[in-house]
Design a protein around this ligand. Structure first.
Ligand code: COA
Length: 255
């Protein structure tokens, strides 16, 4: 079994999934997306799982898609199937995030029901900075959660948010000290998990079904945008700049 997504089921019915590549700030490798998806699919069917808790090992939540495994838009990236599986997952999901939550590490949070963050949170929807478009249905889901004005501000500017603004904007449910965020999330997950699973599942469907089709439609539209922009000179400059730990220079493409 893969150790890049640790899985621990407690007797109270909480399955904790811990993204476990801390030296890469828990960037998701292709294998990790597949493991994450498989864990959700089996949790969906498992009568011992009432609630899922997603967190990251070490100091960070996740730095998103592993840039070394970036797709150039031809074959389907395993991210897509994992993303849609979380959208369709119908048991409650709690997340506990501290440190870096960027790209897929930020958009994942939008598909969890209760989001607890630590004081060190640095959250970013970095798609314009990458020369790309939003993913994981975030072009719809961020607006649904925080409203069109705030979503536009964050998506266009690729700004970094701390825990205070994340709570203020409603992306996060509550902020804690870094030491307290995981215990608080586990306590909330156990509080949820005490109730009948049938009721939790029906409730989640009621809360999600008004959005689900729109999220899938947004993913379809985003994939088309990604196919147009992935691999362009601007996108390559953005990724190279991150790899080379320097600021990107997009002015060269405006002459
Ligand atoms: N994919 C692959 N590797 C990643 C990664 C990613 N998304 N994010 C971080 N890493 C790796 C770094 O390459 C580095 O590896 P190294 O030690 O072998 O050089 C390690 O994780 C630590 O990251 P580093 O960049 O040194 O930390 P930092 O604190 O200076 O910066 C970030 C952290 C998250 C700001 C920066 O790593 C970053 O911008 N990463 C890309 C995030 C991103 O755009 N993700 C969206 C993809 S859709």
């Amino acid at each position: 079994m893969s150790d890049t997504v640790l899985q621990q089921l407690d007797p109270q019915g909480v399955l904790t999934l811990t993204l476990n590549r801390p030296d890469k700030k828990n960037a998701f490798s292709n294998e990790q997306w597949r493991t994450f998806r498989a864990a959700l699919l089996s949790a969906q069917e498992d009568p011992a799982v009432a609630c899922v808790l997603v967190t990251g090992a070490g100091k960070d939540f996740s730095s998103g898609v592993d840039l070394n495994d970036f797709s150039q838009g031809n074959e389907e990236h395993p991210f897509e199937a994992a993303a849609r599986t979380l959208v369709d997952f119908d048991k409650p999901v709690v997340s506990a995030a501290r440190g870096i939550a960027v790209g897929g590490g930020a958009t994942l949070l939008l598909h969890t029901d209760v989001v607890y963050v630590g004081d060190s949170l640095r959250l970013r929807f970095p798609f314009t900075a990458l020369g790309l478009v939003p993913e994981w249905g975030s072009s719809y889901q961020l607006q649904a959660i925080i409203g069109a004005r705030r979503a536009a501000e964050l998506m266009y500017s690729s700004e970094w948010l701390g825990s205070e603004k994340a709570v203020d904007y409603g992306i996060a449910s509550a902020a804690f000290s870094d030491d307290e965020v995981l215990p608080a999330a586990l306590a909330k997950a156990r509080e949820i998990a005490q109730w009948p699973i049938s009721s939790l599942v029906e409730t989640k469907r009621l809360l999600r079904d008004v959005h689900r089709q729109r999220i899938h439609a947004a993913i379809d539209a985003e994939q088309a945008g990604m196919a147009r922009l992935a691999g362009t000179a601007e996108n390559i400059e953005a990724v190279m700049a991150i790899m080379e730990k320097r600021a990107p220079d997009f002015s060269q493409f405006r002459r």
